[in-house]
Design a protein around this ligand. Structure first.
Ligand code: FAD
Length: 388
């Protein structure tokens, strides 16, 4: 069997590439997917409602090469994605003034993608094994067949959530062609604690807004104390930028502890601070300060209480690939053309979506990247970068 384009992986990026190639028409296209149904990660995403994009997306929301990310996103940004989805009868809803979700279920997004890929031949339940170069194109070998294709789009994603079919075959394909890769690591995952922070485990279930600083990055969202450590959107996004070493949490999310104590008068500290009482009581014990009237706090205690605005510690690690929403790392950005995600070294071979060393924060950024990069590769193969 011969195709103009073989798309490896029927997830977000691969389905968008197939949809775009179908819209353009004129090329024979196949999608090879290991699962019996395409879009497994879309189905479980966003609590079953798929957070497909964000009200504001820029290269600053990603870990990855700025030039590549900016160049791809500008070709298919959040507005273009929303327009595309709305034109297919789905009106995404905004939650927390930031996140766009499918109105009813993530299946709506899968249906839109699959129904837009009408010209595509699907090989479902085929495990991709390897890709070889041949005269004028490539040979793709699965556990069931060998296909020949003039172009190959590798959209096999990362390795987190192996339970829904994730594999590292995309990395292996890149490496077999001598293309540089960066090892996958878990990201958008909860974090485990060293024993000095085990006091947090007693607070399981408590959640409130915080600001977490990791290096130059500031992440403002909710944090959740969990049985295994710390979690919640702020921690998940912080895990993207954290490798090893310390991070710092402002439990008061920008409000100064000093001013709150000043305004607290004779109120006790745990009443004056706008935080869950259980948390304040536990944290005061860690800081060695009694829960006393704000007016009687000593200068030394004031210094210790600064930790409410900047509690700095080194997490032990992350919850790992089984719980991580994404894998950071992947095919090195520098190995790809910034306008198409085509390999600089191997013409006709493209890498899109999570298999590329570009990873977004929590909030729809990873789907936006997957959709935009899949579409750019399709447009480049179709030969019409200007087409919108
Ligand atoms: C629980 C969870 C919730 C998430 N929620 C969100 C969210 O709300 N918003 C957001 O932006 N991101 C979310 N993400 C991240 C998002 O799902 C991914 O970043 C995105 O799906 C990446 O798209 P992709 O096409 O690159 O990879 P995928 O969507 O993972 O697609 C890759 C496809 O390749 C197939 N494949 C892999 N190896 C092989 C092989 N050897 N043979 C055949 N097929 C193979 C897989 O089965 C899969 O279908 C979530 C992730 C998880 C795990």
């Amino acid at each position: 069997m011969e195709f103009d384009v073989a798309i490896l992986g029927g997830g977000a990026a691969g389905l968008m590439a197939a949809a775009r190639l179908s819209e353009r028409g004129g090329l024979s296209v196949c999608v090879i997917e290991g699962n019996a149904k395409p879009g497994a990660k879309i189905r479980i995403s966003g609590g079953g409602k798929c957070n497909l994009t964000n009200v504001s997306v820029s290269e600053n929301n990603y870990l990855g090469d700025e030039i590549l990310v900016r160049s791809i996103l500008k070709r298919f940004d959040e507005h273009a994605l929303l327009k595309w989805v709305r034109a297919r009868g789905c009106e995404p809803v905004v939650r927390k003034k930031r996140y766009y979700f499918c109105p009813r279920s993530a299946q709506e997004m899968i249906d839109i993608l699959v129904n837009s890929a009408i010209e595509t031949r699907f090989f479902l339940g085929d495990r991709i094994e390897y890709v070889r170069k041949e005269q004028g194109g490539f040979l793709v070998t699965t556990d069931k067949r060998t296909l020949s294709a003039r172009n190959v789009i590798v959209a096999t994603g990362g390795v987190s959530y192996a339970s829904v079919g994730a594999t590292d075959v995309g990395m292996k394909v890149a490496e077999s062609f001598g293309i540089e890769t960066v090892p996958f690591r878990p990201a958008l995952a909860g974090m485990t604690l060293q024993k000095e922070q085990f006091w947090m485990k007693a607070l399981t279930g408590i959640s409130f807004p915080v600001t977490i600083s990791v290096g130059e990055k500031r992440l403002r969202e909710d944090m959740l104390f969990a049985h295994r450590g710390i979690s919640g959107p702020a921690v998940l996004s912080a895990s993207l930028y954290w490798e090893k070493g310390t991070l710092s949490i402002d439990f008061l999310d920008g409000r100064s502890v000093e001013s709150l104590l000043k305004g607290g008068g004779n109120k006790k500290i745990a009443t004056a601070l706008p935080l869950p009482k259980r948390f304040v009581t536990e944290f005061l014990a860690v800081l060695g300060v009694d829960d006393k009237p704000c007016s009687s706090v000593t200068p030394e205690e004031k210094t210790a209480l600064q930790a409410f605005n900047a509690y700095t510690f080194a997490p032990a690690g992350t919850f790992g690939f089984t719980k991580a929403e994404v894998s950071k790392g992947g095919v090195a950005c520098g190995a790809l053309q910034p306008f198409s995600c085509e390999s600089r070294a191997v013409k006709g071979l493209y890498f899109v979506g999570e298999v590329v060393d570009v990873t977004g924060e929590l909030g729809g950024y990873n789907f936006q990247w997957a959709f935009a990069s899949g579409r750019c590769a399709a447009d480049h193969i179709g030969g019409g970068l200007k087409l919108r």
